[in-house]
Write a protein that binds this ligand. Structure first.
Ligand SMILES: NC(=O)c1ccc[n+]([C@@H]2O[C@H](COP(=O)([O-])OP(=O)(O)OC[C@H]3O[C@@H](n4cnc5c(N)ncnc54)[C@H](OP(=O)(O)O)[C@@H]3O)[C@@H](O)[C@H]2O)c1
Length: 260
């Protein structure tokens, strides 16, 4: 069944895919809670969306790698007097580099944000959604989660977690009025790549996705109840192959693309 959402909480709404998701939701008339660390960016976005679409937009500045930030977002999601019908777990980041060369705190922060915050926020909202028999959870994962990625080992593993978690959870809530979707983009033009991150600056033009199209694909998939969405024909092909070719071939391909 196709769902319609009247209120959504979007993490990582201050830039990139999260900002596009917030804009598309507001244009559809959905009230918003926008979460990220950069409060100024969120306030600007909120003012624009209120004026353009006459929706309610709450700004919730929070660092989701910290217990206090996480608690603030969890409390908002658990507030039954202002139900959130769609949770978008989009905030995420990647530190490039071999594990031996990156700071342990940085590796941990990726896991805290990409995995721990995503699970805790989902856990905070799920009982209410199940009780109301209505709601959606859109988890922004990555094509990297299907692959073997020397140089981004922690990041790729966090995204493998997100996709696996989302597919299993979709099975748990199936038939109970709640949709769960993993959105798995490939390279998408956002601030994620601002510092030539992951050596992606040399990627060919056909590899790049537009953040608006990625966001639209995710929203369509969760509304329709599709557990996984891979935007773009080139990444559908990669994800499809990654699911059928032997792991040893993926390991060889990963080593070949390694940046030392
Ligand atoms: N761009 C790509 O090629 C690509 C490909 C596959 C998957 N993805 C995934 O897409 C998602 C969005 O990334 P993006 O490409 O849109 O990158 P982005 O433009 O860098 O956006 C990341 C968002 O996450 C927020 N964020 C970062 N750390 C946070 C923290 N500690 N607490 C709360 N919010 C935090 C950032 O806001 P503040 O800095 O204001 O906190 C920002 O709004 C991520 O999960 C990423 O892994 C991206």
């Amino acid at each position: 069944m196709h769902q319609i959402y009247r209120a959504a909480l979007v993490t990582g709404a201050s830039s990139g895919i999260g900002e596009r998701l917030a804009r598309l939701l507001a244009a559809d008339g959905c009230d918003l809670v926008v979460v990220a660390r950069r409060a100024g960016r969120l306030e600007e976005l909120a003012a624009t969306l209120r004026a353009a679409h006459h929706v309610r937009v709450e700004v919730l500045p929070a660092d989701l790698t910290t217990p206090a930030g996480l608690l603030a977002a969890e409390s908002r999601l658990a507030d039954a007097s202002r139900p959130v019908e769609l949770l978008v777990n989009n905030a995420g980041f990647s530190l490039s580099g071999h594990l031996a060369d990156v700071q342990a705190d940085g590796a941990e922060a990726q896991i805290r944000l990409n995995v721990l915050a995503l699970v805790r926020l989902t856990h905070a909202i799920l009982p209410g959604m199940l009780e109301r028999r209505h709601g959606g959870v859109l988890n922004v994962s990555s094509v990297a989660g299907f692959l073997i990625s020397p140089g981004s080992a922690v990041y790729a593993a966090t995204k493998a977690f997100v996709t696996s978690f989302s597919e299993s959870l979709a099975g748990e809530v199936s038939g109970r009025g709640v949709h769960v979707t993993a959105l798995c983009p490939g390279l998408t033009r956002t601030e994620f790549h601002a510092d030539g991150h992951e050596g992606t600056s040399s990627a060919p033009a056909f590899a790049w996705l537009d953040a608006d199209r990625v966001a639209r694909a995710g929203l369509d998939a969760v509304a329709a109840g599709r557990p996984v969405s891979v935007p773009g024909a080139q990444y559908k092909a990669i994800a499809g192959l990654a699911r059928i070719v032997p792991r040893r071939i993926l390991r060889t391909a990963g080593k070949a693309s390694r940046r030392d």
